[in-house]
Design a protein around this ligand. Structure first.
Ligand code: URA
Length: 433
């Protein structure tokens, strides 16, 4: 088999056989297929797509490029949750302890942020002492004891995805539905989950900008999971503005603690409860969604979820007192208010611009090796639909570095203000089962 023939075949719109897909994934992983040929192939997929059989094969070839986690030592149905990536997306910090509090084992491997999107691991590391690396044995032990452990992706899981993702990032081929589906599903399958709940983000801050694209991605991932006999559910949720009010790391943990204690933005709570309810039904704890939703809503109110969060933080060496006193989390030295110059209603807050502004303040990495300033970030004071007048504070920027006028400019571009109150967008658009 020659890579050049496979590039040509895909370029001309034909489907590849399973052997051909396996050949190119294993060849790229072991270095026998060079970046330049794989780049051409990725661009061909970007334009020509892949059908469901090809996408499933791509997923499995990536799973088989490395190790598969053995979580058989964990009691119960292990349900994993994955977000396609967003801004202010602290959902895992809430949903994990919430479902663990009712008995769903959460054995989760999470990523770090890159570019404008944040990552759960960076957020957890903003808690003093928190360890994100556990041996396989301690991981299993902790999940059996506390029902929850969240660790960073280690070991040799899906090395093909790591290499391919890095190449897609620099060849403008990230935004391809079969490539995203294969990338996400290969990681979930390799991490050994029995059931998967996917949070597919849609809107200005997401990879999928339209509902039609989000639905297509969701359907393909659900089909891949079901084809492999892994119960998979996808929930399409809004990312036309950041989720909640905080964007960063320590400040997102603070907001997560508020929600775990029964407070917070109503729409954000709806997203968390929807995901948690599907997870606990998939985990066999409750019989139906509505029952699960009502009970879990009570667990946020009665302190059960916050208690589980404390146990989880303590189990991984973190300072659990932050749950009672979030002021113990890192706090920035510098704060600047961004004020409105206009009167009207907020039409939209471009999530990608807010994420980029937060990243430039130090909350994220421009390149893989950058150090994060855990205290850096943005607090939104107004959200879409709110009325504002000149001089009203739209947001506060936080950083330990000097906050420059350019930082405020980038953030101010995210806010679109107009004369009419905009139509309210749903927080949850659709569920694909
Ligand atoms: N998240 C992933 O893990 N992979 C993608 O391709 C896109 C989002």
């Amino acid at each position: 088999m020659r890579m050049v023939d496979l590039i040509q075949k895909k370029r001309d719109g034909y489907c590849l056989t399973s052997e051909e897909i396996d050949f190119l994934v294993s060849g790229f992983t072991n270095g026998s297929i060079p970046d330049y040929q794989m780049s051409a192939f990725l661009m061909a997929v970007y334009f020509q797509g892949m059908d469901i059989r090809e996408t499933t094969q791509l997923t499995m070839s990536m799973v088989n490029s490395g190790n598969i986690m053995d979580l058989s030592g964990i009691h119960g149905i292990k349900v994993d949750k994955h977000s396609t990536g967003g801004v202010g997306d602290k959902t895992s910090l809430i949903v994990g302890p919430l479902v663990a509090a009712v008995g769903v084992p959460v054995a989760k491997m999470s990523g770090r942020g890159l570019g404008h999107t944040g990552g759960t691991i960076d957020k957890l590391e903003s808690i003093e002492g928190f360890h994100v690396e556990l041996s396989q044995e301690s991981f299993v032990e902790q999940v059996n004891k506390h029902k929850i452990a969240i660790v960073s992706q280690t070991g040799n899981l899906t090395p093909a995805d790591k290499k391919l993702y890095a190449l897609r990032d620099v060849t403008a081929t990230v935004n391809s539905i079969p490539l995203i589906a294969g990338s996400i599903m290969s990681k979930k399958i390799a991490s050994g989950a029995d059931a998967i709940v996917l949070d597919v983000k849609m809107g200005s801050g997401a990879f999928m900008k339209t509902l039609a694209d989000a639905r297509e991605l969701a359907k393909i991932m659900v089909q891949i999971g079901q084809g492999l006999k892994i119960k998979t559910i996808a929930i399409i949720t809004d990312m036309n503005q950041p989720l909640g009010y905080e964007v960063g790391n320590a400040n997102e943990v603070k907001e997560a603690i508020e929600v775990l204690g029964g407070k917070g933005e109503a729409g954000f709570i709806q997203v968390c409860l929807t995901i948690a309810a599907y997870m606990s039904v998939a985990g066999g704890i409750y019989g139906d969604f509505n029952q699960a939703y009502t009970i879990l809503s009570g667990v946020l109110q009665n302190g059960g979820a916050l208690d589980k969060f404390k146990q989880f933080i303590e189990a991984q060496g973190g300072r659990a007192a932050v749950a009672e006193n979030p002021d113990l989390l890192p706090r920035a030295q510098n704060h600047v208010e961004l004020k409105s110059t206009l009167a009207g209603y907020i039409q939209n807050i471009n999530a990608e611009s807010v994420g980029t502004a937060a990243m430039l303040l130090g909350a994220g990495r421009k390149t893989k090796n950058d150090q994060i300033d855990y205290a850096a970030g943005i607090t939104l004071k107004k959200k879409t639909g709110d009325e504002v007048g000149p001089g009203d504070v739209l947001a506060v920027l936080h950083s330990n570095q000097a906050i420059k006028p350019e930082n405020c400019q980038i953030l101010s571009k995210a806010f679109m203000i107009g004369p009419q109150r905009p139509e309210e967008l749903p927080f949850v658009y659709d569920v694909i089962e």
